[in-house]
Design a protein. Structure first.
Length: 124
């Protein structure tokens, strides 16, 4: 397993590339923080994308899951401070972690499921 911190000037490109390679993979999204503990925000939804918007002194990262009105979650991470990619020996265990300025960390863990199987897993 290899964890790599991504520099701020690379967030847009790296997250875009990572999203394209992992689009449709089933994920679990956790939010970890001192005041909230460890909370699972979503599980069993396909990745739509992870994107960074970095301008001057402002930035945000959006994680979009589901892609259907009845099964969709978007998490906006305001003022992200650090981004890590965890690449495992098996790509099915890759992860992205984003720490925000307030110390809360959002972790997206991937389970490889072929995109054609996703429709069978989602309700409706």
């Amino acid at each position: 397993m290899h964890t790599q911190e991504i520099s701020r000037d690379e967030w847009v490109r790296v997250l875009d590339d990572f999203s394209k390679r992992h689009e449709g993979w089933i994920v679990t999204m956790e939010v970890v923080g001192a005041t909230i503990g460890d909370q699972e925000e979503a599980s069993g939804l396909p990745l739509v994308g992870i994107g960074a918007d970095v301008k001057d002194n402002e930035s945000r990262i959006a994680v979009m899951l589901g892609g259907r009105p009845e099964a969709h979650v978007t998490r906006i991470i305001e003022v992200p401070k650090r981004v890590w990619l965890e690449r495992a020996d098996e790509p099915a265990h890759d992860a992205v972690a984003v720490e925000s300025e307030d110390g809360t960390t959002t972790i997206v863990r991937f389970q490889h499921v072929p995109p054609e199987a996703v429709d069978r897993l989602l309700p409706g």
